[in-house]
Design a protein around this ligand. Sequence first.
Ligand SMILES: [Zn+2]
Length: 101
Amino acid sequence: MPETREKQKESLGEEKEPNAQCIICGKRYHICNDCKNIKSAFPWRTVADTVTCYKIFMALKQYLDGDISKEEAKDILSNINIGSLDSYTDWVQFQIKRIMG
Ligand SMILES: [Zn+2]
């Protein structure tokens, strides 16, 4: 039962240690066990540290999956307060520039 073993390991660890890395800005953050388990309640917590990062993630994902057009992705990104591109990973900067270009 790998699931049980993992739970035991986590309960022994320090609660506030960063245990996840944002795939958008690369920042390390803490994700609580509840957030991990209740994926439907806080889905963004499992991939990104902030809602902004998650919105960027969703826009890029939908665009790269072909679910939305470049124009639609541009629209979404324009409505997100992205701030400085330097705060994001090289891959994200590349994708944003490609879409906004
Ligand atoms: Zn982030």
